[in-house]
Design a protein around this ligand. Structure first.
Ligand SMILES: Cc1cc2nc3c(=O)[nH]c(=O)nc-3n(C[C@H](O)[C@H](O)[C@H](O)COP(=O)(O)OP(=O)(O)OC[C@H]3O[C@@H](n4cnc5c(N)ncnc54)[C@H](O)[C@@H]3O)c2cc1C
Length: 503
């Protein structure tokens, strides 16, 4: 008897898809290649000597709809961050503190009103657009009408750089806004491909607010909740079961595993990247190979470092996103240097301390000792920089990045490590090797507009493939990317019909 559904990959989207399918009464087998579930949404005891469970890759949640949490009954706590960001500028800085609008306006200076206008606009877009992410695709015209002006022109039609230069005067503020267009995306502000626009859009609409919240227990708590949901509805999840091929041309599709099994199934749901799916189908005609562009550093500290700006405490600096050397010009220069094959001389990056918002990821001893985690996400570090000499380039990227961070600190970051070993660095190639994301691309490929660009796709779900019984349920689907569960739910909706998901 064929199984109703095989899900290839137990990333958080594969688990979401499996949970919906099983909840609708389908027999579901999840085949995960590695020895653990979660993909890039995992918590790990990164430094075995210490009782600290770090979010190994993804760390903040914005795109996971409340609808998915409610429908699957996920037990999950997301904590709002009062401080959205801090950006050192010269001897001072810009603190965006949602609890202190007066200070925020003072720090934003001449850009205070423009900031309010811009985020007022993106807030309205979030409220209108986010609910459509779990509906059949609308046409571009429909979404244009939904967003209205100036949002459509400023966010979707004109290169982001034009919008930022017209709206904001300060280089630092332009840079802070631009970073949301560059996370996991190797793009220029003025790129005619509008890649930065697409990336920004996904970063400002999450959960209908654009907030980036802290998952209590770390990102592993999201995966754990999804795994529980899938298994409680009867999905069978097998780890260490890499899929090597899919025969999709038979009435019942056959999925081949590395240990020689042939699993017959009615439908296949691919949590793997589209280029990987093409390879499994023997159809290497997908999009060009994706390329990730980030450096990830996980640190465990004995104490948070002080920043040079004496008007903010380390707690204020690091409880939101701390933007380091992410000025508008600095971002453009770093992109140009990386595009010409060099590690940026002053790598732009952002830091964030999870344990300030959620101490549950640390053992009691570490909490009592005042230890903290720190996550660093470096921009403009494309995989191509690491290919010739992966170890040497990783060392150089880390050296340059630590120097970049130290430039805004009152004390060297490395002096705050719990011990010299409590620092882990991951290039895009490391992410590719450990999670299977091609090129280390954190979204499995460039983000796509969250509407149908081709009229023939209106009413579809953005998860369909050339095969009627094969669906993409991972980040590489239209409206995929990030920790969201959206493509997982949308693939189940495409296969079963929306009504089957409501039960
Ligand atoms: C460093 C980093 C930081 C990030 N930060 C954030 C963040 O803060 N917030 C956020 O929202 N997003 C973030 N992201 C992006 C986010 O993590 C991903 O977009 C998301 O986790 C993708 O989920 P997925 O389930 O679609 O795919 P994945 O997590 O890639 O899971 C795919 C699964 O498929 C498995 N697999 C691959 N090939 C096979 C095969 N042949 N057979 C069987 N199984 C296979 C893999 O082992 C993996 O478990 C970050 C990503 C990275 C790398």
């Amino acid at each position: 008897m064929p199984v109703d559904a095989v899900v290839i990959g137990a990333g958080h989207n594969g688990l979401t898809c499996a949970a919906y399918l099983a909840r609708a009464g389908r027999s579901v087998l999840v085949l995960e290649g590695s020895d653990h579930v979660g993909g890039a949404a995992r918590s790990v005891r990164t430094f075995p000597a210490y009782d600290a469970r770090l979010s190994a890759y993804a760390y903040l949640v914005s795109l996971l709809p409340q609808q998915v949490i409610d429908e699957l009954g996920l037990e999950l706590t997301l904590v709002h961050r009062r401080i959205s960001s801090y950006t050192p500028v010269g001897d001072g800085g810009i603190l965006v503190d949602t609890g202190d609008p007066v200070r925020t306006a003072a720090d934003l200076g001449p850009d205070a009103q423009a900031w309010e206008d811009f985020y007022g606009m993106t807030g309205a877009v979030a409220r209108r657009l986010f609910g459509t992410m779990t509906e059949p695709l609308r046409s571009a015209d429909d979404v244009r009408a939904l967003l209205g002006e100036p949002a459509w022109t400023d966010l979707v039609q004109r290169p982001l750089g034009e919008t930022l230069e017209r709206r904001f005067v300060s280089d630092a503020v332009r840079g802070v806004v631009l970073t949301d267009g560059l996370i996991g995306t190797f793009a220029r502000a003025h790129g005619a491909d509008l890649l930065a626009n697409r990336c920004l859009l996904y970063h400002v609409i999450g959960r209908g607010t654009g907030d980036w919240d802290v998952p209590v227990g770390g990102m592993g708590a999201v995966t754990d909740a999804l795994l529980r949901a899938a298994e409680s509805h009867g999905a069978q999840v097998e780890t260490s079961s890499p899929v090597t091929a899919i025969d999709a041309d038979e009435a019942d599709t056959v999925v081949h595993t590395a240990d020689g099994r042939r699993v017959r199934t009615r439908q296949v749901f691919a949590n793997v990247a589209p280029t990987v799916l093409d390879r499994l189908l023997g159809e290497d005609r997908g999009p060009a190979a994706p390329e990730g562009a980030q450096l990830k550093v996980n640190l465990l500290l004995s104490r948070l470092p002080a920043v040079k700006d004496e008007t903010v405490t380390p707690e204020q600096a690091f409880s939101g996103t701390c933007h380091v050397n992410e000025g508008y010009q600095q971002l453009e220069l770093a992109h140009a240097q990386a595009a010409s094959g060099r590690i940026p001389s002053l790598p732009p990056c952002e830091l964030y301390c999870h344990s300030l918002s959620d101490g549950s990821i640390l053992g009691r001893g570490l909490v009592e000792a005042g230890a903290h985690t720190l996550t660093l996400f470096g921009l403009h570090m494309p995989a191509r920089l690491f290919r010739a000499d992966p170890d040497g380039a990783r060392r150089e990227a880390l050296r340059a990045t630590l120097a970049s961070v130290d430039a805004v600190l009152a004390e060297p970051l490395q002096e705050c490590l719990l011990d010299p070993t409590t620092l882990e660095v991951r290039s895009p190639l490391d992410v590719e090797a450990s999670v299977g994301m091609p090129g280390g691309h954190i979204f499995h490929g460039d983000l796509q507009w969250p509407f149908a660009e081709d009229r023939r796709d209106v009413g579809r779900w953005g998860v369909e493939t050339r095969h009627h019984n094969v669906f993409c349920c991972g980040a590489g689907a239209r409206r995929g990317g990030g920790v969201s569960g959206i493509p997982g739910r949308n693939a189940a909706a495409a296969a079963l019909g929306e009504a089957a998901l409501q039960g």
